[in-house]
Design a protein around this ligand. Sequence first.
Ligand SMILES: Cc1cc2nc3c(=O)[nH]c(=O)nc-3n(C[C@H](O)[C@H](O)[C@H](O)COP(=O)(O)O)c2cc1C
Length: 336
Amino acid sequence: MSHVDEFLGSDVLSIGPLRLKGRAFLAPMAGLTDLGMRRLAQRFGAALTVTEMLDSEFYAGGNREAAVRAEGAGLDLHVVQIAGCRPEWLAEAARLAEAAGAEMIDINMGCPAKRVTGGTAGSALMRDLGLAIALIRAVVAAVKVPVSLKMRLGWDEAALNAPELARRAEAEGIAMLTVHGRTRCQFFTGKADWAAIRKVREATALPLVANGDCASREDANLMLATSGADAVMIGRAAVGRPWLVGEAARHLAKTPHPGPNAAERCAAALEHYRTLLSLFGKEQGLRHARKHLAAYAMQSRRADAAALRSRLVTSESPAEVESILSNLFVAERAAA
Ligand SMILES: Cc1cc2nc3c(=O)[nH]c(=O)nc-3n(C[C@H](O)[C@H](O)[C@H](O)COP(=O)(O)O)c2cc1C
């Protein structure tokens, strides 16, 4: 199933000491970018994947679930994302992640959720650049690995301060920036503004990653051309399709590839399911897997996808789920 070695040899992006093969990354998504999804995305050609956001206080405090979410075994490149509003917790979380094998630490300044912004973390930090910079400084000083930053365009239309934060972050030693082309107040509404990301391009020389609403390889091309970014980051469109990121990377590298065939897609979905059961245990794994199972069913584009989805998300029987997944994409191909 590994297609990575045959391509992208020349399309290398440097982030500090790291050499990334390709210009398409998988976005961090809480509840979704578990180790199973990150492993598959990388194997299919994603140049970089990021863990779900870890609450720095929980993680640094030894929370077991946070440690499972920070797992990176079997990855070519392990990036851990941390969030929080206290420099000492963020620094400690970064140190722990580095000691556990993280090769890059990403700081979240983009999450719009009230639970996060209420504690002046995530995108709320874009309203308090003094605190944002103190957090960046603490993390950069705590680890030897590169530190990256993920943000939005600003808090709202009246405060589009991503270029200023980018400039100041660069001066603090941040190694890469990702910008989701929406404001915090937009949450996920409207359309991501790829052209607005260009203002960050003009403000800094750092490797820049554009994010928001990239759903195909054609989008990836247009997103780079419009934003001036060096790489794209794909989130929601890759759920149920972890191979999409690699397809985008190959398209950008001008080494197109037909992508995994039906049998390989089935094998990927099965492997993902088994990884979740072994990571989280049967009971929690079954629950955690449901969002992915639903997405795999819908991505199969079968006429009976909705019926299969409801069987997959209600089944308590791993044997039944595995039997459905084993044929999920095969019928799609037969019908095509
Ligand atoms: C369910 C969900 C969970 C997310 N969790 C995180 C997160 O933990 N950290 C983060 O930086 N962004 C998170 N995001 C934002 C995504 O990384 C990305 O910025 C956003 O979805 C836009 O990209 P897309 O249109 O390709 O999905 C999340 C998004 C979704 C939909």
